[in-house]
Every structure is written in C-alpha cells, then in structure tokens.
Design a protein around this ligand. Structure first.
Ligand SMILES: [Ca+2]
Ligand SMILES: [Ca+2]
Ligand SMILES: [Ca+2]
Ligand SMILES: [Ca+2]
Length: 289
C-alpha cells in the first residue's frame, strides 16, 4: 500500500479534473471517495424513494379497501334504515328474511348473514317488483368467480355488486317482543342482540353471552338461548352490522394475525392481506320505534 500510495497514487499521479481557481487537480483516491460518497447518497435516495413508493402503493391499496367498505356500508345502512317503509300503514312491509346463505344463495347456517326486507317506495300500499330488497355476500363476477367475496344488493333484478373484497357479513337484531315500545333488554339492562342460529327465520340465540354489554372475544360463539319459541322477524326494530373487508392484494412484510369478532364468528386470517372491520347499529325508522 505504501508503495502504491507513494509511487502510483501519490501526488505525481493526477487526473484531469481541476478546480477553476486552482491548478491543483484531484487525486484518483479523492475521485474514488467522491464517487463512493455519491453512490451512497444515490443509494439512500433510491432506497427512500423505493420505501416511499411502496408505502404509497400500500396506502393506496388500504385506502381503496376503506372507501369500498365504507361505501358498501353506507348503501346498506341507508336502505335498512328505511326497511318497512309503509306510508299508508298497510302492514304489508317489513323485514322478511334474516337467514344465513352461502355465496350461491343457498340456505346455509355456516354461510354469511343476509337480509331481505320490503319498503313501499312508491306509496301505493302494494309490494311492487322492485320493492323487495336484499343484501348478501357472493363472489362477483358470478360467471367467473375470482375467489374474493363481494357484497351484493338485489331488488329483484339479480344480485348487483355494491362492495368488492368483503370477507364476511354478520347481522344481529334487536327487537321489541313484549310490545312496550322499547327494545328488549337483558338481566343487566343491555339491549339484546340476537341471531337465527338454525336458519328457520326465527331469532333464537343471544350474542352477548356474559351480558357485559359488549359482543366480543369473551362471548361464547354458540350464544345463549333467547327463551320460549324464539322471536319473530316482525318484532325486529334494529339491526347491527359487522362488515369485514380485506385489501385486494397482499402486503409486503405484513401478516394479519388479528382475530376479528364478526357477530358470533371468529376470523383469524394469518395471511398477508390488510383488513378493516366496521360495526354499526341501524335503527329501522319504520318499525314503530
Ligand atoms: Ca309499492
Ligand atoms: Ca369476487
Ligand atoms: Ca331460529
Ligand atoms: Ca359480552
């Protein structure tokens, strides 16, 4: 090295760059150091850019999911709130089906929740062909399913997609079965949220099994009995919705190890998609509450 420094790379060996105000050149060592520094700076810039752009991609994918699930829920909320709309008080309108369906629209108590209701949109007192509305989970496009589930609305013209990449939907119901004009409550004074576990269109099980006012991981997924012969759909006054969405594409360096409580379902994905769970309560304005 000493030899090299003194005889090859030493002051006698200069490359052609010169400072404008000086006749001193820069040595090859200096040039190499400068290039190395420039390389490091470029690498840092590239790496920052790469991180930024992959963060941007991730944010875009997550944002898409969030807009998608919020849009779908907004749509659902608006219409379920109006379920049973019956300006002429005919008594012909209301929630008609609360059973679980599979993605092919066959009854299946292990499937997702679905809801069907009627509303007298044109105030003529009669259920017209577009006045029976349902929400359900299916896989769009139906002709060539992509394995990513979606949410559909159907008003008699077949299932139309209203939200993509919806992994799960669960609906529970609050009711006024004793007819006192208020939602029925539990021993601890909590509003009772129930579901139809055996798919006979009659509410039979209660979600909040430890009666602490929360429906969460601590409750027994089997639910507790609602008592008697159950509660008919005509007593339903409010709907609670759990909607779980996931990103369309997998995320780099991300594993979803969460457990999502979706009604009485526990979903633990352990994959590389990001998810969002929205839970909301809808009071049905037209059910006499
Ligand atoms: Ca009508
Ligand atoms: Ca799909
Ligand atoms: Ca039942
Ligand atoms: Ca609970």
């Amino acid at each position: 090295m000493t030899y090299l420094k003194n005889n090859f790379l030493g002051n006698n060996f200069r490359v052609g760059f010169r400072y404008a105000s000086s006749n001193e050149g820069i040595t090859l060592i200096e040039l190499m150091v400068a290039m190395a520094v420039a390389g490091i700076v470029l690498m840092a810039i590239y790496s920052a850019y790469h991180t930024q752009s992959s963060m941007y991609r991730t944010q875009t994918v997550v944002l898409n999911m969030q807009q998608n699930i919020r849009g779908g829920l907004y749509f659902m909320e608006r219409e379920i709130r109006m379920a049973g709309y019956d300006q002429n008080d005919t008594g012909n309108f209301g929630i008609t089906d609360i059973r679980f369906y599979d993605i092919n629209n066959s009854l299946n108590s292990n499937g997702n929740s679905a809801i069907t209701f009627t509303s007298d949109l044109n105030d003529n007192g009669v259920i017209d062909s577009n006045e029976t509305i349902s929400f359900s989970i299916y896989d769009n496009p139906v002709g060539a399913p992509d394995g990513i589930l979606d949410m559909a609305r159907n008003n008699g013209a077949g299932r139309q997609i209203i939200a993509e990449s919806i992994e799960a939907l669960f609906l529970a119901y609050a009711y006024d079965n004793d007819g006192d004009g208020r939602l029925d409550t539990s021993a601890n004074g909590n509003i009772i949220w129930a579901f139809d576990s055996d798919n006979n269109n009659i509410l039979d099980r209660i979600l909040d099994t430890n009666d602490d006012g929360e429906i969460d991981i601590n409750d027994n997924t089997a639910g507790t009995s609602i008592g008697g012969s159950g509660v008919a759909v005509s007593s339903i006054k409010a709907v609670k919705v759990w909607l779980l969405a996931r990103t369309k594409t997998a995320m780099l360096k991300y594993t979803d190890k969460n457990t999502y409580v979706v009604g009485n379902r526990r979903i633990t994905p352990n994959d590389n998609f990001k998810r969002e769970l929205l839970v909301t309560t809808i009071k049905c304005r037209n059910m006499g509450m």
